[in-house]
Design a protein around this ligand. Structure first.
Ligand code: TZP
Ligand code: MG
Length: 216
């Protein structure tokens, strides 16, 4: 995959904002997020037809702004609504199983907290890995222990040029440090979804990522 897509990777589900998730998403898209993942999980998560309707509307919005739309975990839903890819965790379907049922050109991402998981994901042919949690987060209830920028750096050393996006507790002030540690970009939920101005926040994330790129 084009690694620049990972620069500002926004993730959102209906319970990550008190507002209208479609409004938050469109603001974030206007601000310049580069990739989007629909992650409908946890407390009061939508299911069935409601989940599908929201996903379809989000996909349409993303495509309006030429941003690829990925689905977390739910391969069936991703196929039904013709997403652009999927993201799976360590406890979800294996990459092999996923690849068997999805179109060739889809992006497949895998979560990795440890070196071993990251190395395995690379072997299995993941397009990118989501590495974290980097910092502590209140967004994911069952999040593992944070690995810090050092943990990210250790993983980068072991996976060559595999595209990496850092995730977990990330705010604007972390971007440069995490890209120095080897991330191609940052993945955030609350920093954008809980922002009073998601558009400005997304735009500032992109400025930070671009600033780092220019310094290379
Ligand atoms: N995986 C590891 S941490 C996390 C996920 C989905 C939550 C990230 O949310 P936030 O609000 O950016 O910390
Ligand atoms: Mg999962």
């Amino acid at each position: 995959m084009e690694r620049n897509l990972l620069q500002v990777y926004f993730i959102l589900g209906s319970n990550n904002t008190e507002g209208d998730p479609l409004y938050v998403l469109e603001e974030a898209l206007k601000g310049g997020v580069t990739l989007f993942q629909f992650r409908e999980k946890g407390h009061s998560a939508l299911q069935g037809e409601d989940k599908k309707q929201l996903a379809m509307q989000m996909k349409e919005l993303c495509h309006l702004y030429h941003v690829p739309f990925l689905v977390n975990d739910d391969i069936e839903l991703a196929l039904e609504i013709e997403a652009d890819g999927v993201h799976v965790g360590q406890d979800d379907m294996s990459i092999d199983e996923v690849r068997k049922v999805i179109p060739n050109n889809w992006v497949v991402g895998v979560s990795s907290t440890k070196i071993k998981e990251a190395v395995q994901a690379k072997k299995d042919g993941a397009d990118y890995i989501g590495v974290g949690p980097i910092y502590s987060t209140n967004t994911k209830e069952d999040a593992k222990k944070p690995i810090g920028a050092e943990g990210l750096q250790d993983i980068r050393k072991r996976v060559g040029d595999l595209p990496i996006v850092a995730i977990g507790g990330i705010h604007l002030g972390h971007v440069i440090r995490l890209m120095q540690a080897g991330a191609d970009g940052v993945s955030v939920i609350s920093a954008i979804s809980q922002s009073v101005n998601p558009q400005t926040t997304a735009g500032t994330f992109l400025n930070h990522a671009n600033y780092f790129a220019r310094m290379q």
